[in-house]
Design a protein. Structure first.
Length: 279
């Protein structure tokens, strides 16, 4: 059995005490849409987001074999993924990640710690340098050094926002595994600090592959305001359902929640099968 690597604890909490410089005026992209979408495979999950005005992260396992670090093939992090794909090209993305979506202004996402992913060319010198430094830090014997711990925290935090240019991935809808160009996803990630819940920030495969482990950790974060993305209905830009029947289900659900401004929510709904040709 290949040696497993102890990633230890990652301390993200210290960053919360630092002063964060806010850009007073958001500068929208002239190429990418100024919108962040997240998708799910079931209507009931979308209704759950809307009812609770909250999107909870889940642990997702990432394939990091492109970094060529002995003993580390997969690492799981708590995250929620978004994309800033133009509506005209969303159909392809939905074929992978689900038919039901909710979108927010990009400015809102940036203020809520949502960060674009960095895509790495596996053959680049940059990737090789990252792998070299990561291996050196893991092998470092001076475990008690504050500088060592800061560097390790930084590298592991960076790793949470890395993705290779291409690789294999499981389709959430049909469960098949296919080769994919990941830059097509235009991915942004929300990764919360889960230390307040005594959860692990990064989980190596030696632990994550235990039956039910990631599900157990993910369930612990469900509807927890400390680690979830909380929003108001006014923050929503778009809601995507597929059919008029699903629109009616959504309308009835909003009515049952006793929402004051039902019209505000329903005005943001796109019935995709009726409107997708317009995009």
């Amino acid at each position: 059995m290949e040696n497993s690597v102890n990633l230890g604890k990652i301390n993200l909490k210290s960053r919360k005490s630092e002063e964060i410089r806010r850009v007073s005026n958001h500068v929208p992209s002239t190429i990418q849409p100024d919108t962040l979408f997240t998708f799910t495979t079931q209507l009931e999950f979308l209704l759950k987001y809307l009812k609770n005005r909250m999107i909870s992260p889940r642990y997702c396992e990432e394939d990091v074999r492109y970094l060529y670090i002995k003993g580390i093939k997969y690492i799981a992090y708590p995250m929620k993924c978004f994309c800033d794909i133009n509506m005209r090209k969303l159909n392809y993305h939905m074929e992978w990640y689900g038919d039901y979506g909710i979108a927010f202004e990009k400015d809102w996402g940036m203020k809520h710690n949502i960060q674009p992913v960095h895509y790495l060319n596996e053959n680049s010198d940059l990737r090789k340098d990252i792998s070299k430094v990561f291996r050196a830090v893991i092998k470092e014997e001076e475990r008690g050094s504050k500088t060592h711990e800061m560097l390790k925290n930084y590298l592991l935090h960076e790793l949470m926002y890395y993705k290779p240019y291409q690789g294999k991935i499981r389709n959430r809808k049909n469960r098949g595994v296919y080769q994919k160009c990941f830059t097509d996803e235009c991915e942004w990630r929300y990764i919360p600090d889960v230390s307040s819940m005594n959860l692990q920030q990064a989980i190596p495969e030696s632990v994550s592959h235990e039956d039910g482990f990631l599900q157990l950790y993910s369930d612990a974060m469900d509807l927890n305001k400390d680690v979830s993305l909380c929003f108001e209905y006014s923050n929503i830009k778009h809601i995507i359902v597929q059919t008029l029947d699903e629109y009616r289900i959504l309308s009835d659900a909003v009515e049952s929640w006793g929402v004051e401004d039902k019209a505000e929510i329903l005005s943001k709904v796109i019935v995709w099968k009726d409107k997708k040709e317009d995009f």
